[in-house]
Design a binder for this molecule. Structure first.
Ligand SMILES: Nc1ncnc2c1ncn2[C@@H]1O[C@H](COP(=O)(O)OP(=O)(O)OP(=O)(O)O)[C@@H](O)[C@H]1O
Ligand SMILES: [Mg+2]
Length: 335
């Protein structure tokens, strides 16, 4: 996925790997390539929502943490406005903290149960010096809450346990909006809230894109959520991006057997059709260790060929901006 206007790239993940060492009872060390040579860019013009889809353990949270500067890559680099996150000056780091905002999965875990939820907004206004007076701070807070469809009276002065998960998540969106960031990195933000509130949340992210030009990385294990958001999508499988392109392209022409498997795992509305249980059959399989020279999906792939166990497949171009790392497409040009 290339940026038409290179000077507007905000976050640039370049060939990034994160290898974890796992202690074992013996002397042998075990490695897990949680993120394995991933590249992706988020830019501000035009604002867009990129979806990152993958099942549990595929490395989604690790990638989010790398992009937020919460952990550093084993190899490769994450650049903020062209500079490695680890090398930002104090002012640049402050700018990064303001412009790249996280939203996490568990809406309750980020709040201190002993403090009112709107304290998260007060602290943000104070730390980033967003208001000159108490009155201005209060009206900023109220405006931000209204912009995410919350009534200030329902939220201000309440404790986390007095709000629903969906309300807590939207308070986080209100906090984010106060800062007018360039990028939101949202790690499974809707997986713990119910369907109706989920739509409100997703619509708010779409509004942020259209009204305030805020781009988002939407991390989800749910293809339906990615489809609703539209735009580009990356499919992550055991730390590697196995397919990328526009979501319509991926749904109409899924080219990697793993993407095909993910699609097969969506339950059919036809009650006579059984949910394809093959899709979840080997979900407990361990990730590949240490950046192996083979396809990450070979053990599960119904089309596996000898070459799949001998080499890492490069990205083959399926159609414009649509790439697949699978030897079934080796007649096509590589990236
Ligand atoms: N700090 C860590 N130390 C060792 N291994 C880790 C660490 N963090 C993650 N892992 C491993 O890296 C892999 C990817 O984990 P990650 O949490 O990024 O996956 P995920 O896609 O976010 O999963 P989920 O959908 O369940 O949230 C997993 O195999 C996990 O066990
Ligand atoms: Mg996760």
């Amino acid at each position: 996925m290339t940026n038409p206007q290179d000077n507007t790239t905000v976050l640039d993940v370049r060939n990034v790997s994160k290898i974890f060492t796992i202690p074992t009872p013996g002397f042998e060390r075990e490695y897990i390539a949680a993120v394995d040579q991933v590249s992706l860019a988020l830019y501000e013009k035009p604002a867009r929502i990129v979806s990152l889809v993958g099942e549990s353990g595929s490395g989604k949270t690790t990638l989010a943490r790398l992009m937020l500067g919460l952990t550093s890559p084993t190899r490769g680099e994450v650049l903020y406005r062209g500079k490695r996150i680890s090398e930002l000056s104090k002012d640049e780091w402050w700018d990064f903290r303001r412009n790249v905002q996280p939203i996490f999965q568990d809406p309750f875990s980020i709040y201190n149960p002993f403090y009112r939820v709107d304290r998260a907004l007060d602290i943000t206004i104070k730390n980033f010096k967003l208001a000159a007076s108490k009155d201005e701070a209060f009206s900023l807070k109220a405006e931000a809450l209204k912009a995410v469809d919350l009534r200030p009276d329902d939220v201000i002065g309440r404790y986390p346990h007095q709000l629903s998960g969906g309300q807590c998540q939207r308070v986080m969106l209100a906090r984010t909006l106060l800062l007018h960031p360039k990028i939101i990195v949202a790690d499974e933000p809707v997986s713990m809230i119910d369907a109706a509130v989920r739509m409100l949340f997703l619509n708010t992210l779409l509004d942020f894109r259209d009204k305030y030009h805020i781009s988002s990385l939407m991390i989800t294990h749910d293809l339906a959520t990615a489809y609703y958001m539209g735009g580009p999508m990356l499919v992550l499988c055991f730390g590697r991006v196995v397919e990328s392109g526009d979501i319509e392209q991926l749904l109409n022409n899924p080219s990697h057997p793993y993407t095909q498997q993910l699609l097969a795992a969506i339950p059919s509305p036809d009650p006579t059709q059984r949910w394809d249980t093959r899709a979840n059959a080997k979900i407990t399989e361990r990730p590949l260790t240490h950046e192996t020279n083979k396809c990450v999906y070979v053990a599960r792939c119904p089309y596996a060929m000898p070459i799949c166990s001998q080499q890492r497949p490069p990205d083959y171009l399926i159609e414009e901006q649509h790439y697949t790392a699978c030897f079934l497409h080796q007649d096509k040009p590589t990236r």
